[in-house]
Design a protein around this ligand. Structure first.
Ligand code: MV4
Length: 445
């Protein structure tokens, strides 16, 4: 049993974890940078420790500072949230070496999915469908040209240490291979200190559909159905929902089964997500696995009635999961409210929130760390709230979301609220007729 958990994160996810800890009777320790000394996660936690200067490397990414905070407060476990150290195998390792439970997977599990070529090979062995083509590390431009011809254009080059779109290059014809190869390699080296790249067939106009999974230390793995995250801009998700409007009972059965195979292949223990690309024929392909709790976990919570943070903590304490799969009941949609100007290329808009009115009422959940008078620091990501609308049908959930967005008042900073308001009225969005390319042609009025 954990008596005290340190939350190695900030913002809404720190609050989210503290809330569940309080419900479970577990004490909490907040850590914060000097930029966050007025933050709500400090006030919600039982104790708080300053861990350094604003820059991530000096605070939320600084392992010695976080370990020191855990030791002086006598924490039994650390919850990493998402981002920062959540998928850092070395951090998971160091926690284990210090007798502090990392609430997440082991370093071996993180590494198995962190290297994308390794992950893909593991998936092939486990019988999980992967994007055709490729194989291992590319050794030369010549090899890339031969392989591309074999696979058939268009192809995509990806960094093996990558994920989330960095270091990717799309190649439509042979004349583009040379440049794409060298820029992908250079970007991979600069971003990940690892210039390994590999090739895949490019799946055109796919949907991004991911399956939430949970596994325990007794080898049981279950799934909690899908989230559709196709509404993205430059690899930043803006809207997520469950169920996916593209889903069928038959496809869910197949994707759920594949996701369980994927997690089982690495003896996964914790909550996690298997991301798939789904083409228009409902062929699906493993893309990557996120070995952490995700921003969009709330939509799954709302349609399955599961507290995923509680589940994650219980798994870390050694409790067995039920082992049952869960099918969505009703419909949940999440809009990410960012302090960004949607009329100016989504430029960050940090600063003081002068006036705040958050919506409420039937079917609305808000996960947020902001309050009137709060100053959004410029150092971290710009998400300031998640608004989740829940209803019996997708149409009703969209209408509830529209109504709630109209009630939302945030003055002092620019936000993505106007973007979401217009999206909720878009005919194709309302029909569920969208792919990952949708926002490329979406025009803000
Ligand atoms: C792809 C793809 C098409 N074909 N791979 C983007 C993020 C990274 N996880 C992988 N990504 C993609 N990989 C093949 N073989 C298209 C994308 C992609 C994408 C994927 C999910 C959500 C939004 C996207 C936007 C552009 C490209």
């Amino acid at each position: 049993m954990f008596k005290k958990i340190l939350i190695a994160n900030r913002g809404e996810i720190a609050l989210r974890v503290i809330r569940t800890c309080r419900e479970m009777g577990i004490k909490t320790v907040a850590v914060y940078s000097t930029a966050d000394k007025e933050s709500l996660h400090i006030k919600f936690a039982d104790e708080a420790v300053c861990i350094g200067k604003p820059a991530g490397a000096d605070s939320y990414l600084n392992i010695p500072h976080i370990m020191a905070a855990a030791e002086i407060t006598n924490a039994d476990a650390i919850h990493p949230g998402y981002g920062f150290l959540a998928e850092n195998a070395r951090f998971s390792q160091i926690c284990a070496e210090h007798g502090i439970k990392f609430i997440g997977p082991t370093p071996e599990m993180i590494n198995a999915m962190g290297d994308k070529i390794t992950a893909k090979e593991t998936m092939i062995k486990a019988g999980v469908p992967v994007v055709p083509g490729g194989g291992g590390l590319l050794q030369s431009v010549e090899e890339a040209k031969v392989l591309a011809k074999e696979i058939g254009y268009p192809v995509i080059l990806k960094a093996t240490a990558g994920g989330g779109g960095k270091g990717m290059r799309l190649v439509w014809e042979e004349s583009e291979v040379e440049k794409a190869y060298s820029t992908a390699k250079a970007e991979a080296a600069a971003s990940f200190k690892n210039d390994g790249i590999y090739m895949e067939k490019f799946v055109e106009e796919p949907r991004h559909i991911e399956i939430q999974v949970a596994g325990d230390r007794y080898g049981k793995v279950c799934h909690l159905s899908e989230r559709d995250c196709s509404i993205q801009r430059r690899h930043q998700k803006l809207v997520e929902e469950s169920p996916s409007p593209f889903m069928t009972a038959e496809l869910r059965e197949r994707m759920g089964e594949a996701a369980i195979k994927a997690a089982s292949a690495i003896n996964y223990e914790s909550v996690g997500t298997i991301e798939f690309l789904v083409d228009k024929h409902r062929n699906f392909y493993f893309m990557e696995m996120n070995t952490r709790i995700q921003v969009e976990h709330c939509v799954t919570e709302e349609v399955t009635n599961f507290d995923l943070i509680k589940e994650q903590i219980k798994i870390a304490m050694g409790e067995p999961i039920s082992g049952q799969n869960y099918i969505p009941e009703g419909h949940a949609i999440e809009c990410r409210i960012n302090a960004e100007d949607p009329y100016n290329d989504f430029r960050p808009s940090p600063g003081r929130i002068n006036v705040l009115h958050q919506p409420g009422g039937h079917g609305i959940r808000i996960d947020s760390h902001v309050y009137a008078g709060y100053v959004i620091p410029p150092y971290y990501d710009s998400m300031i709230a998640k608004i989740i609308a829940v209803a019996r049908t997708r149409e009703e959930a969209i209408n509830t979301m529209s109504r709630a967005l109209a009630e939302y008042v945030i003055e002092g900073v620019k936000t993505t609220i106007p973007f979401h308001q217009q999206l909720m009225k878009d005919e194709n969005f309302r029909k569920g007729n969208f792919t990952t390319k949708f926002l490329e042609s979406f025009q803000l009025k």
